[in-house]
Design a protein around this ligand. Sequence first.
Ligand code: HEM
Length: 194
Amino acid sequence: MDSLRNKLKSATMASHTKIEANPVLAKLTSPSLTPLEYKTILERYYGFFRPLEEKFLLNANHSTIPSFNQRLRTQRLKTDLEALGVSDAEIDALPICDRLPALDNESELLGVLYVMEGSNLGGMLISKHLKTLPFFSVESGTFFGDDPQAVSARWKSFIEHLESRSSSLDETATLNSASETFQKLDQWMERSVR
Ligand code: HEM
């Protein structure tokens, strides 16, 4: 039988292709990315990650995920924005997404986490590109520029955990919640482009 990871990958393949073409996110891999666009994208990610990660913590199952705290990335976004000169008060006032995926049980939590953890894999590619841009600095690139070995190790341990829990999960709920996560992030990124 196919692994849950392979089912998630197949079920979300079209969503991944769609989000890569999102007009805001597509700029990340463009040679003409400007510092302002980079800052705006980080702000938009902050508006999604901050409330989503707060929601993770309300789901009791988060404590069963290996190295859970190291998977949280709101602080990285804050670090990068601060390095770009955005003040704490400005960061606190950033628009926050209020249309988040459901996270009411373990099946949904693992579906959402599959997408958020997987986004680190694309981050490695994005980071390589960002490093070629003249304005880029390591200090403002911690969100995409995580250590590749650490990213790979966290991905591997997440997938092992996912598979170890698969017989206890409502598979349809996990697949739906992964698709919903892609959809909600896609909509949020596209909204109100400056
Ligand atoms: C915007 C530009 C993006 C690029 C260029 C990109 C690129 C990639 C690449 C190259 C991989 C495969 C890595 C590997 O197999 O080693 C990957 C995997 C993945 N990406 Fe993206 N990605 C992007 C955005 C996103 C976003 C925004 C999300 C979700 C929030 C996402 C979710 C995933 C997931 C879940 C996987 C794992 C698929 C699997 O193997 O099960 N990606 N991405």
